[in-house]
Write a protein that binds this ligand. Structure first.
Ligand code: SF4
Ligand code: SF4
Ligand code: SF4
Length: 301
């Protein structure tokens, strides 16, 4: 699917210098960060790392790694002045972001991915890497669907708002089709982020219709794991060497799948399970044609 690129913003050459009024505190971060204990713990660990930004503060596109960025940025504010939608802010004293440095918060003001990347072009020091010539290659953070329990798509409802908001639609977010075991007759279309294509612009987080977003942009160091260098993926090694490197395998019982051989732990051939007592598999209700003729909301499985 082709990415729907947003139009470039016309930039006025007569823009006034940064006004003190734009130097606002990073409002709402504490509330947004309180999504869950696990999240809070991860954010705490991340914030204790040297030179870490608050987890929900994002640097403009092309920003060097944080220590190098802090060394190179002179706090001139030219990127902030030249950001057409005005989403960039300069951190004020007392702000958890280092004073005078530019940042944005996805939920309140995502990067609109200007095709001409004026923030980068107008950075005089290289703190925003001038080699970034394609906004789709920027990595401001990475989107993570942080809460499947509240995401409407995972509840089996039609939403896809974040998917449709993504400027790298079809690459950075795809919709993965799953059977809905609750209704037993509908598909769930689950937004799934592919980090290699995600720019971290935050348009998905901004668009999430929940009161507290179920999808957030996080710094890659907080959002992503890392497989150890020593770890070999058997299927890749088999492809390279033409045979398995481990030879004969020992068989162990798989907890929860006792009685099945280790190589055959399929579950898809089992009867569907329902947790919703309202669903009667033995006597399902008759099919309602209104479900497909438009007079009935598709979001009501
Ligand atoms: S690319 Fe993003 S941060 Fe840079 S000027 Fe455009 S909206 Fe602002
Ligand atoms: S942050 Fe969200 S909207 Fe932006 S590229 Fe990534 S998935 Fe798409
Ligand atoms: S917009 Fe929010 S609720 Fe809707 S699918 Fe995306 S993350 Fe889920």
């Amino acid at each position: 699917m082709n990415a729907a690129k947003p139009a470039a913003h016309p930039r006025s050459p007569e823009k006034p210098p940064v006004s003190p009024g734009r130097r606002k505190f990073l409002s709402g971060m504490a509330g947004a960060a309180g999504g869950g204990c696990l999240m809070a713990m991860g954010v705490g660990i991340y914030s204790r790392q040297a030179s870490a930004l608050p987890a929900l503060a994002l640097r403009p596109p092309g920003a060097l790694p944080e220590p190098e960025f802090l060394a190179a940025c002179t706090r001139c504010g030219l990127c902030v002045r030249d950001c057409p939608p005005g989403i960039l802010k300069l951190a004020a004293p007392g702000n958890p972001v280092p004073t005078g440095t530019p940042y944005f918060t996805a939920r309140t003001g995502p990067c609109e991915m200007c095709q001409d990347i004026p923030c980068v072009k107008n950075c005089p020091t290289g703190a925003l890497d001038t080699e970034l010539d394609d906004i789709n290659k920027s990595r401001m953070g990475v989107a993570v669907l942080v809460d499947q329990e509240t995401c409407l798509a995972f509840l089996g409802l039609r939403c896809e708002i974040c998917y449709n908001a993504c400027p790298v639609i079809g690459k950075a977010i795809t919709l993965e089709k799953r059977h809905n075991p609750r209704s037993d007759r509908h598909a769930m279309l689950l937004p799934t982020v592919h980090s290699e294509h995600c720019t971290g612009c935050g348009l998905c987080e901004k668009s999430c219709i929940l009161e507290e977003t179920a999808i957030r942009i996080l710094p890659p160091a907080l959002a992503q794991g890392k497989i150890g260098e020593h770890y070999l993926k058997g299927w890749e090694e088999r492809g390279k060497h033409g045979k398995s490197l481990i030879g004969e395998q020992l068989e162990f019982e798989v907890r929860g799948l006792e009685g099945k051989r280790f190589g055959d732990t399929r579950v898809h051939d089992e009867a569907p399970t329902h947790t919703d007592p309202a669903v009667n598999l033995a006597d399902p209700p008759p099919f309602d044609p209104a479900l497909i003729n438009g007079s009935h909301s598709e979001s009501t499985p």
